[in-house]
Design a protein. Structure first.
Length: 334
């Protein structure tokens, strides 16, 4: 049966044995250690996959004590940098893979990390939070997928990561299309905040994932001695597909930036129009306020004070000055 989260005191989420070109067989930690200690399996392409939950405090110490894991794997666990990379550490592949959490909602904080250690007989993956790519891989293993080697297992993991990114780019593109449609009809609403959130996600994904194609190309130039050419060809194809995804990601990020600039320009135009209108209203009210202030002074000699038509004369003068000022203000508005 499948080894599920919470069933093992050492943080094992699931474990599978891939032997004889057959589908993965569920395995626990005790059987995994027995299989690794069996000398009859040495020299074959059989391997085991163990997936750990690092939120369990006992997971990392158990891995360090019982499994032949490269020291670079533990160094990667505690490094501050989470940039994607794959390196050959003493004929063992150590990878840092960035993925999105299972309940991803286009929040930059939901980009998480998966640590991978792949050797000829053992593949170890470890994470803190549930991730989409590794969940897709678990579903494929439950469905009976066959891996001829541990390197092909890593290749499938990278393909699942690329598929998740393609889906994210597609969903983000639909959201950007909606914002663009709203912009064309002049209904911005709260779309500026949505664009800002999308762009932050795209920028962080690109920053974390950009080193991956280069790391894969370096690995292809100097692969570990236990790999063969067929496995490297599959990894080379995954590298090319991932590069295409990153280009789409960069193009979408540039499109979001252009939309933000267009929205900022429109908001600037609206602000300038509002300030202009406020200024004109202030200028037009100036003659009325000035005349009212002068005529309201309780001093002698106020013009037209004894004229029965004085109010009409003053009103006509004020409205005339206001009309001239309004004409001068609005004639060059366009």
């Amino acid at each position: 049966m499948d080894i599920r989260y919470g069933s093992d005191p050492h943080g094992l989420i699931c474990g599978y044995l891939f032997a004889g070109g057959q589908a993965g067989i569920p395995i626990d930690l005790a059987r995994a250690l027995e299989w690794l200690a069996d000398p009859s399996a040495v020299g074959t392409r059989d391997f085991i996959w163990l997936h750990f939950n690092l939120a369990d405090a006992g997971a990392e110490p158990w891995i360090a004590q019982n499994l032949a894991v490269a020291p670079e794997f533990f160094s990667a666990l505690h490094e501050g940098s989470r940039s994607t990379r794959i390196e050959d550490a003493r004929d063992t592949l150590v990878a840092v893979v960035n993925d999105v959490s299972f309940e991803f909602s286009f929040d930059p904080s939901q980009i998480e990390t998966l640590w991978v250690n792949v050797g000829p007989r053992m593949a170890i993956t470890a994470r803190v939070h549930a991730l989409r790519s590794i969940d897709r891989l678990r579903e494929a293993v439950r469905g009976g997928i066959v891996f001829r080697s541990s390197l092909l297992f890593l290749d499938r993991l990278l393909q699942d990561q690329a598929d998740v990114l393609v889906r994210i780019v597609r969903q983000a593109t639909l959201q950007v299309d909606d914002v663009e449609d709203q912009l064309l009809v002049g209904r911005l609403g709260d779309k500026r905040a949505d664009l800002g959130r999308l762009r932050r996600v795209m920028v962080r994904l690109q920053r974390l994932l950009a080193p991956e194609p280069g790391a894969l190309f370096r690995l292809l130039r100097q692969p570990p001695p236990w790999t063969d050419e067929g496995d490297l060809d599959a990894l080379r194809q995954a590298t090319e597909e991932f590069s295409l995804v990153l280009r789409d990601l960069a193009a979408l990020q540039e499109r979001i930036k252009l939309l933000q600039d267009e929205i900022a320009a429109q908001v600037g135009e609206h602000t300038n129009s509002s300030v202009f209108t406020l200024t004109v209203v202030t200028v037009l009210a100036l003659p009325i306020n000035l005349v009212a202030g002068l005529l309201g002074m309780n001093v002698g000699g106020i013009p037209l004070a004894q004229d029965p038509h004085g109010f009409h004369w003053v009103a006509a003068i004020v409205f005339g000055i206001t009309a001239v000022a309004g004409w001068l203000a609005f004639r060059h508005r366009d």
